[in-house]
Design a binder for this molecule. Structure first.
Ligand SMILES: Cc1ncc(COP(=O)(O)O)c(C=O)c1O
Length: 478
C-alpha cells in the first residue's frame, strides 16, 4: 500500500480514505474483512495516527466501513455503493477488449468470476470433485513424508506418481516405464516444453482449427507461426489438408487434441489417429498430442491416444489432472519419446520442479482413492449436463443454429446464423452477467466470428434461463 507522493489538493485524510476505497473496490479487502489497525496503517503510509483516525471516521460516516468494539474496522456489506457514482454490474463487466490477446485475457479472467453464470468456464465444477478426500490424503502424505514433502522433487518428478501414470497409460494404449514420464506443472506446461523442444522462433506449426485459444496465444508469443488446418466434428484434423500443407510448407511440429478437442468436443476416429501419426512420421515431423479430456469419455471404452501408434518416439503425449481431479494442484505430465531428455532439461531451467505436496497427494489418490469410480461418476454428470445444454440451445437459439455433438468432456461448440457477431454477443451477455467464450478466439486468422463455446460443467437450475437470455441476445447480435 502506498500513498501518491504528489499532493492533489485534497486534505491528507481524504487521500488516505481514497486509498482504502480503491483497495476495497479492487477486491484487496472484501465485504466483512478486517482492515489494518489505525496504528498499522499510520506506520505503513507514514502519516499520523490522527490522519488515519480522521480517514476512518469519514469512511464510517459514509457507511463504507464500520467499527466493531474491541475488534477493529471492517468493510461494510454495502461496499459496492461506496463511490459517488455507483458502479453498476454492467459497467464493471463492460468489455474494452480490442486485440486477440486482450479478449483471451478477459475471457480467462471472467471464467473464475463468481458473479457470472459460468457458461464460459472450461474448468470442472468443484462440487463434483473429491475435495475432502484429496485434502485428507494430502494431510496424511505430508505427515508421512515429513521433510521430503516440502523439498524439491526434481524432474522427472515423484517416482510414485510416475509409476501410477505409467500403469494408467496402458488404458490409452501406451506402454511406458515410469522413467519415460515427466511430471510438469499442468498440461499447458507440458505442451509449452514440447513446443520448445521441437521448434525455434520463426518455425511453422500445424494446428487443428478451431483450436484452444491459450495454445494459439502461446504459439504467437513464442514467435512461431500457426498453420490452421480444418478440423471436422466427425474426423478431427483433416489428414488430406495436413498432407497438402506438409507438401507445400516446412512444418516443424503438429499440435492436436484428438480426444474431445477444445472447442469441438469431437473424438478423432482411431483409424484417423493412426493415419495422422504415420503421415507425420513419414516426414519425421513431431506430433504433440494434448489428451487432457481423454478420461472424460461418455462411451464404454476410454479412447486410445495417438501416441499408441507411435513407433519412432516422435509423438509427445501431454495431459494433466486439471479436468478430472484438481486444476489448482497444477500437476500434469508428458511422455516425450525422443524429446524427453530435452524437455526435462527445459523444465529444470524454467522452474526447477513441479510442486511436491500435490504430487504426493495425487500419487496416493491414484493408488488408493478410487479414481476410476470417481471418473465413472463425473462422466455420467457431464453427459447429462451436456445433453441438457444442447437441448436448451436447440430450444432458445435462433433458427439456423447448429452445434457439435461431443462424445466426452463438457464443452459445446455452437454455430449461430451467418452474420451473428459472437464478440458483440460476448459483451451483451456480460451485461446480463452471463459468461460465454466468443468463437473468434479459437483462430488467429479471424474465423468463427459467428460461433461460441459454451460449457456445461456448472449446469444447474439457473442455466436454462441463462441460455434462454443468450438465445434472445443472439438474435440481435449482428
Ligand atoms: C485442451 C486444453 N489443454 C490444457 C488445458 C489446461 O491444462 P492445465 O490446467 O493442466 O495446464 C486446458 C484448459 O482449459 C485445455 O482445454
Amino acid at each position: 500500500m502506498a500513498l501518491a507522493t504528489v499532493s492533489d489538493g485534497r486534505p491528507l485524510y481524504e487521500r488516505v480514505g481514497g486509498e482504502i476505497v480503491s483497495l476495497i473496490e479492487g477486491g484487496t479487502f472484501r465485504v466483512g474483512e478486517r482492515l489494518p489497525s489505525i496504528r498499522q496503517l499510520s506506520s505503513k503510509l507514514n502519516v499520523s495516527i490522527n490522519t488515519v483516525m480522521q480517514a476512518y471516521a469519514v469512511l464510517e460516516d459514509r457507511r463504507v466501513i464500520q467499527a466493531r468494539p474491541q475488534s477493529g474496522y471492517y468493510v461494510c456489506p454495502r461496499a459496492p455503493e461506496i463511490t459517488a457514482e455507483p458502479v453498476s454490474a454492467n459497467q464493471r463487466f463492460r468489455a474494452t477488449a480490442v486485440t486477440f490477446s486482450d479478449l483471451c485475457q478477459q475471457v480467462i479472467r471472467n471464467m473464475m468470476n463468481p458473479e457470472l453464470l459460468p457458461l464460459a468456464s472450461a474448468v470442472p465444477n468443484p462440487q463434483h470433485l473429491p475435495v475432502d478426500k484429496l485434502s485428507r490424503i494430502m494431510a496424511a502424505e505430508l505427515r508421512r513424508f515429513g521433510p521430503q514433502s516440502i523439498s524439491y522433487m526434481m524432474p522427472p518428478g515423484s517416482e510414485r506418481l510416475r509409476t501410477q501414470i505409467a500403469k494408467r497409460s496402458l488404458l490409452y494404449g501406451v506402454s511406458v516405464t515410469p522413467d519415460e514420464v515427466l511430471i510438469t506443472s499442468g498440461c499447458v506446461e507440458a505442451v509449452h516444453l514440447a513446443l520448445r523442444a521441437t521448434c525455434r522462433a520463426g518455425d511453422t506449426i500445424a494446428v487443428e482449427s478451431p483450436f484452444y485459444f491459450n495454445f494459439l496465444q502461446l504459439i504467437a508469443e513464442m514467435g512461431l507461426k500457426a498453420l490452421e488446418i480444418p478440423s471436422t466434428p466427425k474426423e478431427g484434423i483433416s489428414i488430406e489438408a495436413l498432407s497438402y500443407a506438409i507438401e507445400n510448407n516446412k512444418i516443424s511440429a503438429c499440435l492436436v487434441i484428438p480426444n474431445f478437442s477444445n472447442p469441438l468436443g469431437n473424438l478423432m476416429p482411431e483409424e484417423r489417429k493412426r493415419e495422422l501419426v504415420q503421415l507425420l512420421a513419414s516426414r519425421e515431423i513431431p506430433l504433440i498430442e494434448d489428451d487432457i479430456y481423454g478420461d472424460l469419455t461418455f462411451g464404454q471404452q476410454r479412447p486410445f491416444a495417438a501416441k499408441s501408434h507411435d513407433r519412432k518416439g516422435l509423438v509427445i503425449y501431454c495431459s494433466s489432472f486439471s479436468k478430472t481431479l484438481a486444476p489448482g494442484y497444477r500437476v500434469g505430465w508428458a511422455i516425450g519419446g525422443r524429446f524427453q531428455d530435452e524437455m526435462e532439461r527445459l523444465k529444470m531451467m524454467t522452474n526447477l520442479a513441479a510442486a511436491s505436496p500435490t504430487q504426493l497427494a495425487l500419487a496416493e489418490f491414484l493408488a488408493t482413492g478410487g479414481y476410476d469410480h470417481h471418473l465413472r461418476a463425473i462422466r455420467r454428470i457431464y453427459a447429462k449436463n451436456l445433453s441438457q445444454l444442447s437441448e436448451a440451445v436447440a430450444r432458445y437459439f435462433p433458427e439456423g443454429t447448429r452445434m457439435s455433438r461431443p462424445g466426452g468432456g463438457f464443452m459445446l461448440w455452437v454455430e449461430m446464423p451467418e452474420g451473428t457477431d459472437s464478440v458483440k454477443l460476448f459483451h451483451r451477455a456480460l451485461e446480463h452477467r452471463i459468461g460465454i467464450t466468443p468463437g473468434s478466439i479459437f483462430s488467429l486468422s479471424g474465423k468463427y466470428r459467428n460461433y461460441i463455446r459454451l460449457s456445461s460443467a456448472f449446469w444447474d437450475e439457473r442455466s436454462e434461463r441463462g441460455v434462454e437470455t443468450l438465445g434472445r441476445l443472439a438474435r440481435d447480435a449482428k
